[in-house]
Structure formats: C-alpha cells, structure tokens
Design a protein around this ligand. Sequence first.
Ligand code: SF4
Ligand code: F3S
Length: 78
Amino acid sequence: TYVIAQPCIDVKDKSCVDECPVDCIYEGERSLYIHPDECIDCGACEPVCPVEAIFYEDDVPEEWADYYTYNVEFFDEL
Ligand code: SF4
Ligand code: F3S
C-alpha cells in the first residue's frame, strides 16, 4: 500500500484524490489517508502531491514511519 505522511497535514491539496483509479484516498480532519486494503499500488498518486507526502510503504522515510500505522488506524476507527 501507499502511505500519506506528515507533509499532507493541514495542506490537504487533494490532487492525489483525482488521480486514484480506485478512490481509496479518504479525507480525515487534518490529513488524507489511503485505505491499505483498497490501494492497488499503482503509484499514480505519488508524483502529483505538491508537498511529496505520499510514499510506497517500504519507502516511507524513517522519521515518518509511524504514518503507516496512522493510515491503518484511521480506517480501524471508522
Ligand atoms: Fe490510489 Fe494508486 Fe495511490 Fe494506491 S497507489 S492510493 S491505488 S493512486
Ligand atoms: Fe495530501 Fe498531497 Fe494528497 S497534500 S491530499 S497527499 S496531494
């Protein structure tokens, strides 16, 4: 799955939402989140984010590693 990390917070540009072919990017209060089971790993969202907030799960920078969990937890709480 792809993961949205810290740069999205309070930016919420949403260019990624328009690119996603399966509509698996959902809006939270301060950030958007990618549904880990619905994402098909196409990578289309990653290059369009103006603040480079989106990473493949294995490529999330270490300082933002917790964002994988934050994405998963967002959907657990729904
Ligand atoms: Fe959607 Fe593809 Fe991005 Fe996954 S990688 S969130 S399927 S655009
Ligand atoms: Fe956030 Fe970037 Fe999408 S700022 S809403 S991850 S385009």
